[in-house]
Design a protein around this ligand. Structure first.
Ligand SMILES: Nc1ncnc2c1ncn2[C@@H]1O[C@H](COP(=O)(O)OP(=O)(O)OP(=O)(O)O)[C@@H](O)[C@H]1O
Ligand SMILES: [Mg+2]
Length: 233
């Protein structure tokens, strides 16, 4: 067994139009740790997360939880990953917030009433009971983020990928989301431009530059490193 939730070696990727984004990414994320991906706009953070989520497939090595990504293992690995998109509106499938969380339950064999109760427990934890019957896209951005995160966590993933989770949230909503995330013990990789993610989650930092990992830092080191802090709000 490896102690790494994620191992990436020499991962490369160019978009079909020739845009070369990942030029040999090498990175290891210990199980249970939190990593912030920091890099300028267009540096490849989302592209890298999409590789970990199994949505893109550039050459190079990716192992999750000690299992090498292959064509055969990819579906199983995808199930163990929870991905919060930067535009969360894309992740709702069902017509209500409650149904969407019920759909996320990894134990579809349970009786409906039990799954409904499990989903309500997530809604209570995220202060979303009042929105149970709401069409997800009729929620405000902050409510939608909480609902999407509840849905992602309800899948009980072994690794969480969060793409700019605080973007477009006001300060109180951002603080609340950070409080919720701080309680989550799951391995977490967060693409971010926000200092609070590093500070409040105590996240290690991988600095992406020119398609490679230009440096890795503990939270403390990162907050004292100009190349990192220059990129953070
Ligand atoms: N579908 C696509 N086709 C061509 N180029 C793309 C595509 N998607 C992204 N890119 C390009 O790939 C590069 C990396 O994009 P990516 O979205 O991974 O960056 P990012 O680090 O997440 O940026 P941001 O901080 O703005 O979210 C950018 O130059 C972007 O324009
Ligand atoms: Mg991005």
């Amino acid at each position: 067994m490896t102690a790494h939730a994620v191992e990436i070696a020499d991962l490369r990727f160019s978009y079909p139009d020739g845009t070369e984004v990942l030029r040999g990414i090498t990175l290891a994320v210990p199980a249970g740790s939190r990593l912030a991906l920091v890099g300028a706009n267009g540096s490849g953070k989302t592209t890298l997360l999409m590789h970990l989520a199994g949505l893109l497939d550039g050459p190079g090595r990716i192992a999750l939880f000690g299992v090498e990504r292959t064509r055969a293992s990819a579906p199983e690995l995808r199930r163990r990953i929870g991905y919060l998109f930067s535009s969360v509106a894309y992740q709702f499938i069902m017509p209500t917030v409650l149904d969407d969380i019920i759909l996320s339950d990894p134990r579809p064999e349970l009786p409906y009433d039990e799954r409904r109760e499990r989903a309500f427990a997530w809604l209570r934890r995220f202060r979303l009971e009042a929105y149970a019957g709401r069409y997800p896209l009729d929620c405000s951005t902050g409510e939608m983020k909480r609902a999407a995160l509840a849905g992602v966590l309800a899948r009980e993933p072994d690794c969480l990928l969060l793409d700019e989770p605080l973007a477009s949230l006001d300060r109180p909503s951002g603080d609340e989301l950070l409080r919720l995330l701080a309680e989550v013990p799951t391995t977490m990789i967060v693409a971010t431009h926000q200092r609070a993610i590093v500070e409040r989650l105590g996240a290690n930092v991988a600095l992406l530059d020119s398609g490679v990992v230009a440096g890795t830092f503990t939270a403390r080191q990162a907050l004292r490193t100009r190349a990192v802090t220059n990129l953070l709000w």
